[in-house]
Design a protein around this ligand. Structure first.
Ligand code: PGA
Length: 224
C-alpha cells in the first residue's frame, strides 16, 4: 500500500478549503486508475485539513469512502476544561489518523517528547492511527506509531527533496518495527515520487506544499 498524506498546515480559509475539496472531487472521476488502486487497497489518500474545515472537506468528498481524513495535531489532554484544545476523544470515529510531532511544532511551539508521548497515548486510547514525524534518529520512535514519517528539516518547504538513497540510509538508522509504515516528507512532488516508491522501502509521502493545489496533489497520488 502506498500512502499520500496531505498536510495543509495553517493554510486556506473556509472558501479555499471548500474549493479545494470541490475541485478534488471533480478531478477524481477522470483518474480511474487511481480510484481502482484505492478500491483495491493499494493506494490510500489521507487528507489533513486545518481543524475548522475538516468536516466541510469530509462532507464534500463523502462519495469517496476510500479517502481518509486526519488531524494535524491533537491535544495532550482528555476532553474537558482546556480552552482552545481539540481532544482525541472528540474526533474518535470522525478521523482515522493524526500527524504528531511535526518539526514545525517541535520547533515553533517547543513541543517536547513528554508532550509527544502524551499525544501518542491520547491517540492510541481513541483508536486513531499515529503518523509520527521524526527529524532524524535522535527523535523517539514510539512502538505504537503506525507511520513513521522521516522529514529532514532542510527538505521541508524548500523545494529540495532529499535523495532517495539518503532517505533509505536514515531508514536503516531508525530501526523500525516490521509493521511500521515508513514514509518520507520534505518537498515531495509528483516529478520525483516514483523514484522513492520504486525502492520499495518508502511507502508514501507526507505532503505539504504540493498538497495545497488539488491538481498537483492528485498528480502526485497518481504516480503510484
Ligand atoms: P513540504 O512539507 O511538502 O512543503 O516540504 C512537508 C511537511 O512538512 O509535512
Amino acid at each position: 500500500m502506498n500512502y499520500f498524506i496531505a498536510n495543509w498546515k495553517a493554510n486556506k480559509n473556509v472558501n479555499q478549503s471548500v474549493e479545494w475539496a470541490q475541485k478534488f472531487a471533480e478531478l477524481l472521476p477522470s483518474h480511474t486508475y487511481l480510484i481502482e488502486k484505492m478500491k483495491q487497497n493499494q493506494t490510500k489518500i489521507i487528507i489533513c485539513p486545518p481543524m475548522p474545515f475538516l468536516f466541510y472537506v469530509k462532507q464534500i468528498l463523502k462519495d469517496y469512502p476510500e479517502i481518509s481524513f486526519g488531524a494535524q495535531d491533537i491535544s495532550v489532554f482528555d476532553e474537558g476544561k482546556h480552552t482552545g484544545e481539540v481532544a482525541a476523544s472528540m474526533l474518535k470515529g470522525s478521523i482515522d489518523y493524526s500527524i504528531i510531532g511535526h518539526s514545525e511544532r517541535r520547533g515553533q511551539l517547543h513541543e517536547d517528547e513528554t508532550a509527544i508521548s502524551q499525544k501518542m497515548n491520547q491517540l492510541q486510547k481513541n483508536d486513531i492511527h499515529q503518523i509520527l514525524c521524526v527529524r532524524n534518529e535522535n527523535d523517539v520512535i514510539y512502538e505504537s506509531a503506525t507511520f513513521v514519517a522521516y522529514e529532514p528539516i532542510g527538505a521541508i518547504g524548500t523545494g529540495k527533496n532529499m535523495d532517495a538513497a539518503d532517505v533509505l540510509a536514515m531508514k536503516q538508522k531508525l530501526s523500525l518495527k516490521p509493521d511500521q509504515v515508513f514514509i518520507y516528507g520534505g518537498s515531495a512532488n509528483a516529478g520525483d515520487a516514483l523514484e522513492y516508491l520504486q525502492t520499495k522501502e518508502v511507502s508514501g509521502f507526507l505532503v505539504g506544499t504540493a498538497s495545497l493545489d488539488p491538481l498537483e496533489f492528485i498528480s502526485l497520488c497518481s504516480v503510484a
